[in-house]
Design a binder for this molecule. Structure first.
Ligand code: C5P
Length: 422
């Protein structure tokens, strides 16, 4: 698979759905063509996929395609004699870890809502053990159908009945109109499904993350920056969202797509980043500063491009120290009172432990995460050293997303412990 916008390349293939059995239900809509890619993505991520199609879905994509991609015969009839007990609706729903309807048409939503059971897919959804087999819905329809009060009413009721509504995309539609109602992209649905299964260790928390480099302008076309790619911070934002937190990601200039479900604030300079952090930190319960903030900025930003004057002399630049965002936040009243848990990062090129310990003391944060800058900047994997008051813990070499998930679990454990003792 390529690297569409919603599927950031920094996330290495992880088999995040290994051991999961997904029933992928297709109802009738042009978005069925995306279900083929979704099926492939689920399989690639380690899931087994059983496809169930309505008659209408088969107008848009053939069962042959879906069988080839899922490596299993497709089911489309409640009278399927291949099942020895002739109860496909029971057998299929009992095996599933989740049923995902993608695309879910307006009509199929209405059928689900009314508990209709006159075709295999709706019958199977009705027959599923409601406490054990979650139902996830990826709607897909024309914008007027989406906005119609009947559809909105049906969505609210389905949600009240325990289904998980995954939302829709916005933009150009197959009918030629533009608006809300497109099915989410396969990579987005995949990310949502993986998040759905993740343990919710940060439920109720609000995590604020800084990521990437900053850019300190010299003149309108030049500036000082660094090699931070933002991958570690973006992975932490994703992992925190998977863990159930509300997440705000303040990102320096990077070309990564925001993780699903995360509020992104783009900034350029250290001072922009500080302002964005100040605007969001009061709502946060956890602050993770992964950004490689420039220590210095040119004291004067030239309003025009600085030209060579032919003398061979380089222009004299003077520098001013940037505000230390993490240190400021860590010294705020909320952080000091234990209402905001602060985590810093140290990107070092040598003496990682000693530098990380010194930085932890200097910034006055309970947890400082050390990594080797030149080895990690721009890479998809990393290794971390967690330094706290008790000592050091190593998170060995792994993908940044794996490490981010481990770190998030660790932060959740520390939060619980700090609240117990408070
Ligand atoms: O001092 P140093 O840049 O090595 O500290 C690194 C840690 O401090 C990181 O967590 C980084 O995000 C944060 N930091 C900051 N504002 C600065 C400099 C660093 O928030 N101006």
């Amino acid at each position: 698979m390529g690297c569409p916008a919603a599927n950031p390349c920094y996330i290495a293939r992880m088999n995040d759905l290994a051991g999961k059995h997904i029933v992928l239900g297709l109802s009738g809509g042009i978005a069925c063509y995306k279900a083929a890619e979704l099926c492939r993505a689920l399989v690639k991520e380690g899931a087994t996929v059983q496809v169930v199609m309505t008659q209408a879905a088969e107008q848009f994509i053939t069962p042959v395609t879906m069988q080839a991609l899922s490596d299993r015969p497709v089911y489309d009839s409640q009278w399927d004699a291949r099942e020895s007990n002739n109860m496909a609706h029971i057998n299929l729903s009992r095996e599933a870890d989740a049923i995902l309807i993608a695309p879910c048409s307006a009509d199929f939503m209405a059928r689900l809502l009314h508990g209709r059971a006159d075709d295999l897919l709706s019958l199977m959804c009705l027959a599923r053990p409601i406490d054990r087999v979650p139902l996830l819905i990826a709607p897909a329809m024309n914008r007027e159908m989406w906005a119609h009060p009947a559809t909105q009413r049906n969505m609210a009721q389905l949600s009240a009945d325990g289904a998980t509504l995954l939302g829709v995309g916005s933009g150009a539609q197959a009918c030629g109109e533009t608006g809300d109602g497109r099915m989410l992209e396969p990579a987005e649905l995949l990310e949502d499904l993986i998040a759905f299964f993740a343990p919710k260790s940060l439920a109720g928390e609000h995590v604020l993350v800084t990521a990437g480099p900053t850019f300190e302008a010299i003149d309108p076309v030049r500036g000082i920056t660094n090699l931070s790619s933002g991958k570690m911070g973006f992975a932490i934002a994703r992992a925190a969202r998977e863990a159930g937190a509300q997440v705000t990601l303040v990102a320096g200039p990077v070309s990564l797509a925001a993780p699903r479900g995360v509020t992104r604030v783009d900034v350029r300079s250290a001072r922009d980043m500080r302002q964005a952090v100040q605007a969001h930190v009061d709502a946060a319960t956890v602050f993770v500063a992964t950004a490689a903030v420039a220590d210095w900025r040119p004291s004067n930003e030239s309003s025009q491009k600085i030209k060579k004057d032919g003398s061979g002399q380089a222009p004299a630049l003077s520098f001013t120290e940037n505000p230390d965002i993490l240190a400021e936040v860590a010294q705020s009243a909320r952080a000091q009172a234990g209402a905001l848990y602060c985590v810093g990062f140290a990107a070092e090129s040598e003496k990682l432990l000693a530098n990380a310990q010194a930085k932890r003391a200097r910034k006055r944060v309970p947890l400082l995460v050390g990594n080797i800058g030149p080895a990690t900047f721009g890479q998809d994997d990393n290794a971390l050293l967690l330094v706290d008051a008790e000592g050091v813990q190593e998170l060995p070499h792994a993908s940044k997303l794996t490490l981010a998930r481990q770190l998030v679990q660790d932060i959740a454990r520390r939060l619980r412990a700090s609240r117990k003792t408070a």
